[in-house]
Each structure stands twice: as C-alpha cells, then as structure tokens.
Ligand binder design. Structure first.
Ligand code: NAP
Length: 337
C-alpha cells in the first residue's frame, strides 16, 4: 500500500522520462532515481538529489547507516568539534535527506536488471520490484572480520576496523593489529602515534604487504610481531577488550596476548554481489568509475563511497563522493528529459 502511494507521488516528476515505453512495464513503483545504501555516501547523495527535486527513493540495505553505526565517537567529521557518535551522525544525515523529500525503504536489493532503462530492481522478498531511470550505488564495503569467539560482541568496545576512526582512544594503551597486508601495516604505523605498543598478529610467517610498507613497519620501534599464529578468540571482561587468544600454527599451543584494542585489518569486501557481473568492477571487486566522475560503464548508473574506494574509506570522502554522484545523476536526467 505504502509503495503504491510512493508510486503516485512520483508520477508527475517521473512521467516525462518514462513516457517512452513505460506502459509496457508492469511497474510496481517507478522513480527517477533510486539510491542503494544509507552510509555517508548514500545519504549525501540523497540530500543532494532531494534538494534537486528528484524525489529519490533510498533503500537501506542490510546495514542501515553503514559502517559508522559500528563505531562510537566520530571526531574527524568536519563541523563537530566536540565529536559525534557514529549512529547519531547517520541519523542526522537521514533526517536532513527526509526533510528535502527523500523517501526510505527498508530491505535489501537481491537482483538488478541494468540491461535497459528503466532499470529494474528486486527487493529481498522477491516480489517487490522498483523501476528507475537512474541508479546511485553506494552499498559500501564491509570490513572482513575474523569470525572468532567474542569478536562480534566487542565491536565498538575494543574491536575496531578503523584505526583512523578509533586509534585516538588508545593513548598509552597496548593494542593489536591483525593482518599482514598493506592495511595492517598502515594501521599499525598509525596506531603507534597513540598506543604504548602495537603488536601485529599475522597468520603466516611471510607478510603480504608491499616491501616499502613492511620496511616502514619493521623500522618502527613501537611495533612488535607475533607471526604464524591463528587468532582463536577475543578476550574481554564483557565491557572492554582485554586481549586476543591465538594458536601457534606449528606447536598448536594457545596463548593470550594482552591488549585493550584489537584492530582487524584483514581486508574489505565491496558489496557488489547483487550486480551479478552487470557492471565493470576491478580485480578486488570495486566498481570502476570514469575519471573523476561517478559514472559507471552503464549510462545512468552511478557509484560512490566505499564501493568504489579502496584507498581512503573515510566518512567525509564518502560523503563528498555521494555529492558528486547526485550531481552527475542530475545532469544525466536533465539531458534525458
Ligand atoms: P589484503 O592485501 O588482502 O591483506 C589482507 C591480510 O589479512 C593478508 O595478510 C591476509 O593473510 C590476512 N587475512 C585475511 N583473512 C584473514 C583471516 N580470516 N584471519 C587472519 N588473517 C587474515 O588486504 P589489505 O591489506 O586491506 O589491502 C587491500 C588492497 O589495498 C591491497 O591491494 C593493498 O596493496 C591496498 N592498500 C594499499 C595501501 C598503501 O599502499 N598505503 C594501504 C592499504 C591498502 P594472508 O597474507 O595469509 O592471505
């Protein structure tokens, strides 16, 4: 019922662009722009698109608010000198988007058909379909987690996937970085600015990181190494992390490494599975965009935020990229109409 109402509300802005062939489709709901994902990129795109009178529909996905909802205080988002809690920041962005006319729908997109416009999106119940003449993909990337006992409960209470976001809270405290790639080296080096000691825990005796990053980490006197071990449990007193249990891969003996913070840096997985190969993506799964724009290889489909960003992955860069996507999308629709 609610969807029908949304469809009616969209009819006048959407009519001109859908007048060609629209009647051929059995459309549940049709939009000028649909935005997938509600992290800083998606919500900024929603604010811009709504202010441009495009009445966007924003679909939440499986992690409403994105990765910032997993963190506590955000101290580096401009405009909040006294910091803001991650979930509060996302709530404010959402309210701002709603204020300008964005509507929101919970659910996850399970399938898309980008072979022709309007594009067709299917939501997780398999029955509800949306039709849209443009699409902004801001589905983000999910940090890979260890999946060991105690980890999930302590996310935001000592387990973090972002040293830039949370490192500051570990002044003069011992921390652990898990991983052997460039991210782990980078995070560990960054954390030495604050922590009393940083232990890099890696599952092999060889690092995956580039030589330059390895050298930089090895030269840092605050970093110590525990190699060839498999993390088996995050230890805590249920309020705060107290350490990491690891198993030696050769002797199979377990031991406890003491730490107040555990930074998991074992890679990210861009959330692009639902695309089913319909967009150009790079070897790590990130959506490719043209030059400095947010345009993908399918006209009318734009991408922004962590789903295109293997390098910066900050709330503020994601927000900027969402702004670009909405502006690119607006230009596209203008030309189409
Ligand atoms: P990555 O290169 O895939 O490295 C992931 C690391 O985590 C590997 O050492 C891997 O171990 C380990 N790992 C994976 N799953 C694990 C598990 N379940 N338990 C324990 N350890 C696990 O990921 P990344 O470091 O995030 O880098 C991604 C890309 O971004 C790379 O191309 C990298 O060069 C680039 N990057 C560059 C910079 C820079 O140049 N400054 C900074 C960050 C990232 P194994 O080695 O055993 O597989």
């Amino acid at each position: 019922m609610r969807l029908r109402k949304e469809a009616q509300r969209q009819e006048s802005p959407g009519e001109s662009i859908f007048s060609l062939g629209a009647a051929e489709h059995d459309m549940d709901t049709r939009y000028r722009v649909i935005i997938l994902g509600t992290g800083p990129a998606g919500l900024t795109a929603a604010i811009y698109a709504a202010r441009a009178n495009l009445s966007p529909l924003v679909i939440d996905g499986n992690e409403p608010g994105g990765q910032l909802t997993l963190t506590t205080e955000v101290e580096n988002f401009p405009g909040f000198p006294d910091a803001i809690m991650g979930p509060d920041l996302m709530d404010k962005m959402r309210v701002q988007a709603e204020k300008f006319g964005a509507s929101f729908q919970s659910g996850q997109i399970t399938a898309v058909d980008l072979s022709q416009r309007p594009f067709r999106l299917t939501i997780d119940d398999g029955q509800t379909q949306y039709w849209t003449n443009s699409l902004i993909i801001s589905t983000g990337a999910s940090a890979k987690m260890l999946g060991v006992a105690g980890e999930a409960d302590m996310v935001g209470h000592g387990v973090s996937t972002c040293a830039t976001c949370d490192g500051f809270f570990y002044r003069e405290k011992p921390v652990i970085t898990v991983g052997g790639g460039d991210s782990a080296m980078e995070e560990a080096i960054f954390l030495t600015r604050f922590a009393s000691e940083v232990t890099i825990v890696h599952r092999r005796d060889q690092l995956r990181a580039s030589k330059v990053m390895q050298d930089r980490a090895r030269k840092n006197a605050k970093i110590r190494w525990v190699m060839n071990v498999t993390p088996t449990a995050v230890l805590s007193d249920h309020r705060q992390v107290t350490g990491l249990e690891v198993e030696d891969n050769q002797t199979h003996r377990k031991r406890r490494l003491l730490a107040e913070g555990i930074f998991v840096a074992i890679g990210h997985q861009p959330n692009t599975g639902f695309l089913n190969g319909q967009l150009d993506i790079d070897e790590l799964g990130y959506i490719r965009t043209a030059g400095v724009t947010s345009q993908t290889n399918v006209p009318g489909v734009f991408a922004c935020g962590d789903v295109i960003d293997r390098r910066y992955r900050q709330a503020v860069t994601a927000a900027g990229s969402g702004c670009k996507a909405a502006m690119d999308c607006e230009k596209f629709l203008e030309a189409l109409e």
